[in-house]
Design a protein around this ligand. Structure first.
Ligand SMILES: [Fe+2]
Length: 346
């Protein structure tokens, strides 16, 4: 009778109607199918129940004397946007039911209804709510793994950790400034902080060396983008996210690594990210050199116009970065990143 091989599970369902017999028959039916049902005989009772307990699915009558179904719908969605609401309405009020759909209702059922039809809609809604809850859990688990990776990187090399945080903020803001496609912004948000995570795989004597790397050591250091891609790959960092991690050291003139892509062969996300990456690297202190002042870093970026970086994106970066760092004189880059971090955390 469910029209699907999936079991309904024990989702919590609230049934609201000012006709007690409708509530009772629906609750009995849904309970027999395994749902954990709660009856509400008035709209106001439904609002209280929703506030007190979360429900995966709410089945609500539309026209009720005290609080109407639209209010129940809005309250349920405001309380938990993943809750699915099914509106039950008379045949003469389909227009309002359509309004409810626009307000986020899962579906509507017209009275008089077939019990099987209501059960089938509740089943679909419960499945959708369950899938969303599972996805939310999965996203939580992935972000915990990312945090663990960041902490691992921090334990190995505190400079790289701080650098990754700064670059992610700067790149996100630069992407927003450029009004780039949502997928680019999402990739920067998802893996920007982890773009150097492959450095976990670089030996200490190279990663932490307080002097210039030898050519052989530099060749090993250059494996970090591919190592990073391989670390993030099992977490589902595909597409644009993977491109960012793998190609953030490519150069516009083709002299970068790991592939040596040239011009627009380099994914857009990597061309944009490279500017934020280099700017932060130049303006941060390393064991073997002091942080460059803002003006010197800008000069270096300018010198990379058309060689290291894409010309028009470099022009955009040079006008963007002034506003990011602020107008203090001398411009304090560290302070600007500090401010940006506080803004993002707050
Ligand atoms: Fe890197």
């Amino acid at each position: 009778m469910w029209g699907s091989s999936m079991k309904p599970g024990t989702a919590r369902v609230l049934v609201v109607d000012d006709e007690p017999e409708v509530v009772d028959v629906l609750c009995t039916l849904l309970a027999s199918e395994g749902y954990d049902t709660t009856p509400a005989y008035r709209g106001s009772e439904a609002l209280e129940a929703i506030t007190a307990d979360g429900f995966a699915v709410v089945v609500t009558d539309l026209g009720m004397p005290d609080v109407d179904g639209m209010t129940v719908l809005n309250h349920a969605k405001a309380h938990d946007h993943t809750a699915e609401v099914i509106v039950v309405t008379g045949r003469d009020d389909v227009h309002t039911a359509v309004q409810c759909m626009k307000a986020g209702a899962f579906d509507f059922v017209t009275k008089p209804f077939q019990l099987d039809a209501v059960a089938s809609v509740v089943h679909s809604a419960a499945n959708k709510a369950r899938t969303e809850a599972e996805n939310r859990q999965l996203r939580g688990a992935i972000s915990a793994i990312k945090r663990a990776l960041m902490l691992s990187l921090q334990a190995r090399d505190s400079y790289t950790h701080g650098h990754c945080l700064n670059v992610a903020i700067l790149a996100r803001r630069f992407c927003a400034h450029l009004d780039l496609d949502e997928s680019v912004l999402e990739a920067v948000s998802a893996v920007g902080e982890l773009h150097d995570v492959g450095k976990i795989g670089i030996a200490d004597f190279i990663l932490l060396k307080p002097s210039k790397l030898t050519p052989a050591e530099y060749a090993i250091m250059q494996t970090h983008p591919a190592q990073g891609r391989d670390i993030l790959d099992p977490m589902g960092a595909f597409g644009v996210e993977s491109e960012l991690v793998l190609h953030h050291h490519e150069r516009w003139d083709g002299a970068g690594y790991p592939i040596g892509l040239k011009g627009e062969e380099i994914p857009l996300v990597a061309r944009v990210f490279a500017l934020a990456d280099v700017f932060d690297a130049l303006t941060s202190s390393r064991p073997y050199r002091r942080a460059m002042p803002y003006e010197t870093a800008i000069e270096v970026i300018h010198n990379g116009w058309g060689t290291q970086f894409q010309p028009d994106i470099t022009d955009e970066f040079l006008s963007f970065i002034g506003a990011f760092v602020g107008l203090s004189s001398p411009r304090d880059v560290g302070e600007a990143f500090e401010r940006a971090r506080h803004e993002e955390e707050g």
